[in-house]
Each structure stands twice: as structure tokens, then as C-alpha cells.
Design a binder for this molecule. Structure first.
Ligand code: CTP
Length: 457
């Protein structure tokens, strides 16, 4: 949420996984600050330490700050049997070695993989950034110069040259680790516009076990729609869309993990649907409308049978006015007569207003280009929350593992979230939803309006 990001200087590394290799120089203490700067740009950081680096900076410090176990033993296997430095090499978007000692430059220049940092650099096809730090005489020695030249010219590594200034020896000279902002800039430049290499957490090193989210949706009934609708033209053809159902399935799985009862209404999807959800399969907008009507109820009881509706499905906007009952054969030309579909979300909001307690309704808005239309959609549809994303942006939208969304709320400012996995988007969305539901219940207890948003009136 926006508070999490208040101290960020930018989002240049949103969604990126950066390996930070630290070698045994006195400047190793600066790696702690470098890690924080990389995170401030939106990166997740995986730290690799050489054995000597562990004498300058405590692994525990870097583990606590990065949220990931530090890799420091080239012979160690992960708990699941994978080789740690190979998983790092295969999953990171960039490797940065800072500080890089004369010893490490020599080992790297010769491909001697006795430590995790050299081993991961040898094994990766990600770009590598190297920031040397050492005594001035050592940096000027022809051996060091030759090693640096080999890394830069032979391997294509980006070298962030050290700076001139007071050194640990008490002397002054060229050898101080470059200013950390320059190293971050070099990391950003090295990635350029490359696609995210391993967006799925299963391809990365595990994080230190996260505190399980509370079962804050225990006792709640959440309805989620997912996937695309298909509108039949004839018995074999249909008009469909590119929705994979990933976002809706992620929301359903996250809600189940938080203790909710989940009804999942799924159209066409290319992902497995979470076990534990009560699944209704639909194909067309009309079938989705009928399934929603079943849940919302029409007339009769004003008691809501669910607490929230999350409309992640990509619903057709148009459908053939007439369905051909036999397969259409190829003619010289053909035109389809399309009619608009009903806006199911707007209809659900209208029905929900009559229910008690009033369910919270969440919509999605897939846009291409500006998100300005999403603001208008939030108001027009009368939803409590609208998750808007630009589906034309790399890493966002249909079929991707990740999403960069803006959350619009009827009762507050818009929040731009960084590039996140769809599961992370789901969890952040459910954080907001849980808060809205708690607020609704608290208001009901104190006798205040049960309608959570002013805009509903
Ligand atoms: N939606 C719906 N019924 C429709 C079309 C869309 O319920 N016939 C829902 C979607 O599930 C989504 C939200 O409305 O939660 C926004 O969908 P989107 O396609 O972005 O908006 P539209 O209503 O189609 O508006 P526009 O055509 O102006 O983009």
C-alpha cells in the first residue's frame, strides 16, 4: 500500500530480483545500505557472501533486511535439494558484486568458482555489475588492472569504477567503493528493458518463512469471478478474449488461505482452479448473469448470502444478436450483428445495495493506455474498489504471472502498486477488502449506515 512505499526514491527495479554479491573488503559494511537502496527502487534482493565477507558483515543483518536466506556456502544445497547458487544464477535479473576485492577480481577473471559469488556469476546469463573497492596501490597494480579489463572487455561486465578519497589504510587514493547511488544507477542501466526473468516465486530462492497471514477472512463468504466469457456465433465458433483466469484464481486461492468460504464462478481459464473453492463453470455472459443472480437473489430475502463480490472476469461487451443453430458456411463475406451485453457489475452493485449487510463490491478495469477512464468507471459502476491495469504494459494483463495495477477506492486516493505477482496483488487487495468488511461491521454495530461508501447513496 502507499505507506509501504513512502520512502522509495523510485520504482526503477519494481518486480526485479537482484543478486547482491559481497566480498571481503572493509567496504562490505556498505552493502547493508546498498541493499536498502535497491529495495527502495522496488527490487527483491538475494545476498551472496564470500567466506571472508562474512567476517566483515553479519549474514543475519542481511537476511533480516532482505527477507531471504543469505547464500555463503558454495557446497550447500537448499532444503529442497536445489543448488543455491545455480537457482540464483537462473532467476536473477542482474548480479551486482559490491564491494569486489582484488582477490575476487582475480578469481573471477580466471573463472575460479571457489565461492558462491564467482560460481553464480559463472553460471548466470543475467548482466553483471562490479564495483571494486580496495587500497589505491592494489587497484593500480597491473594484475588488478588486467583482471578488471578482462571482466569489462572479455565478459561484458559493467564496472563501476572506485572513487578517490580517504581509504581504510589511512592513505588517500583511488579505491573507495563508488558512491552507492552510482552503483544503483549501473544496476538499473544493466537491466535496461529486459523482461523479468523469473516472476514466479517457485523459480527463486525461498524467502524466510513469512508470518502467515491471519485468517482475517474467517467466516466470510467471498464470490470471485474469473476468466473470459465466450459468446457463441454458431455451434462451433465464438467471440472470446485473452483472459487466462490467473488473477481471479489467485484471489480465490488467497481468500481460501485467509479462511474465507469462496464461490468461484469461472469462464474460460488456462490455469488450475484452487481446490477448496465452490466452483461454478460458465461460458457466456448470460450464464454468468444467471450464476450471479443465483447468489445475489432476486426479490425476496434482503439478507446477503455473501460478504463480497470480486469481478475479475473479463466479460464480453458485445455478443451476436442471433445465434446460428447450424454451422455457418463460408460465403463471400459475412458481417456479425452484435448487441451490447448487460453490465453485470453495475447490476450487481444495484442489487447489493438492497441487501443487508451490504456486500463490498470490487471491479476490475482492463485498459490500454491511460488509466483515466478507470476513474470514471469507478464512479459509473458504483463499486467500492476498482483494480485498474494497463493490459498493454509489459508484465501486466492477460496471461502474465505479474501485474502492475492501480487501486482506486470510492473512499480514498488512488494507489499505484509496483509490479507484483498476481498472488501478491491478490493479497494486497484482500488486505483492503478485509479492512472494508471490518469497517462495515463496526458501523453496523454502532448503528451507523451499513452502506460502506458515500458514493453508494
Ligand atoms: N463487466 C461486467 N459486465 C460487462 C462488462 C464488464 O460486469 N458486460 C465488469 C468486469 O468484470 C470488470 C468491470 O466490469 O470487473 C470492468 O470491465 P471493463 O471491460 O474494463 O469495462 P466495461 O464495463 O466494459 O467498460 P468499457 O467498455 O467502457 O471499457
Amino acid at each position: 500500500m502507499s505507506q509501504d512505499r513512502g520512502d522509495r526514491v523510485g520504482h526503477r527495479l519494481d518486480g526485479r530480483l537482484v543478486a547482491l554479491g559481497v566480498t571481503g573488503s572493509i567496504a562490505a559494511y556498505k552493502s547493508v545500505e546498498l541493499l536498502r537502496l535497491l529495495e527502495a527502487e522496488g527490487a527483491e534482493v538475494q545476498v551472496l557472501l564470500t567466506p571472508t565477507a562474512t567476517r566483515f558483515v553479519a549474514p543475519l543483518t542481511l537476511e533480516a533486511l532482505s527477507g531471504r536466506p543469505v547464500e555463503s556456502d558454495v557446497m550447500a544445497l537448499l532444503a529442497d535439494g536445489r543448488i543455491g547458487h545455480i537457482v540464483v544464477a537462473d532467476s536473477v535479473d542482474v548480479m551486482v558484486v559490491a564491494p569486489a576485492t582484488a582477490q575476487w577480481l582475480g578469481a573471477m577473471a580466471n573463472g575460479l568458482a571457489a565461492d558462491v559469488v564467482t560460481a553464480a556469476c559463472l553460471a548466470t546469463s543475467a548482466p553483471v555489475v562490479v564495483a571494486p573497492a580496495m587500497d589505491g596501490e592494489m587497484y593500480g597494480h597491473p594484475a588488478t588492472r588486467a583482471n578488471v579489463a578482462r571482466l569489462r572487455d572479455g565478459f561484458g561486465y559493467a564496472i563501476v569504477e572506485p572513487e578517490s578519497g580517504p581509504l581504510a589504510s589511512g592513505q588517500t587514493g583511488v579505491g573507495r567503493l563508488a558512491e552507492l547511488g552510482r552503483i544503483v544507477d549501473a544496476v538499473v542501466a544493466a537491466i535496461g528493458s529486459r523482461p523479468v526473468r523469473a516472476p514466479g516465486p517457485e523459480l527463486r530462492l525461498p524467502r524466510i518463512a513469512e508470518r502467515p497471514r491471519e485468517a482475517d477472512l474467517d467466516g466470510r463468504h467471498i464470490v470471485v469471478t474469473a476468466g473470459g466469457t465466450r459468446e457463441a456465433i454458431d455451434p462451433v465458433r465464438f467471440i472470446g478474449n485473452r483472459s487466462s483466469g490467473r488473477m481471479g484464481a489467485a484471489i480465490a486461492a488467497a481468500a481460501l488461505d485467509r479462511g474465507a468460504r469462496v464461490s468461484l464462478i469461472a469462464g474460460s481459464v488456462d490455469v488450475p482452479l484452487p481446490a477448496g473453492a465452490e466452483i461454478t463453470r460458465i461460458e457466456s455472459t448470460a450464464e454468468l448473469e444467471a450464476a450471479l443472480a443465483g447468489l445475489l437473489g432476486t426479490g425476496g430475502s434482503r439478507r446477503a448470502g455473501f460478504d463480497a463480490l470480486i469481478m475479475a472476469a473479463a466479460v464480453a461487451d458485445f455478443r451476436p444478436r442471433h445465434l446460428a443453430t447450424t454451422k455457418l458456411s463460408r460465403g463471400s463475406a459475412m458481417s456479425l450483428d452484435l448487441e451490447p451485453t448487460p453490465d453485470l457489475l453495475a447490476g450487481a452493485v444495484a442489487t447489493a445495495r438492497e441487501l443487508r449487510p451490504v456486500p463490498v463490491i470490487v471491479g476490475f478495469a482492463a485498459e490500454t493506455g491511460s488509466l483515466a477512464r478507470a476513474v470514471e468507471k469507478l464512479q459509473r459502476k458504483g463499486v467500492d474498489l476498482l483494480v485498474a491495469n494497463d493490459v498493454s504494459e509489459p508484465g501486466s494483463g492477460f496471461g502474465t504471472e505479474t501485474n502492475r495495477v492501480t487501486l482506486l477506492a470510492a473512499d480514498g486516493p488512488a494507489e499505484g502498486w509496483p509490479l507484483l505477482t498476481k498472488r501478491e496483488v491478490a493479497d494486497r487487495l484482500l488486505d483492503r477488502l478485509a479492512g472494508l468488511l471490518d469497517g462495515r461491521d463496526a458501523a453496523a454495530q454502532t448503528g451507523a449506515s451499513e452502506v460502506p461508501q458515500e458514493s453508494r447513496s
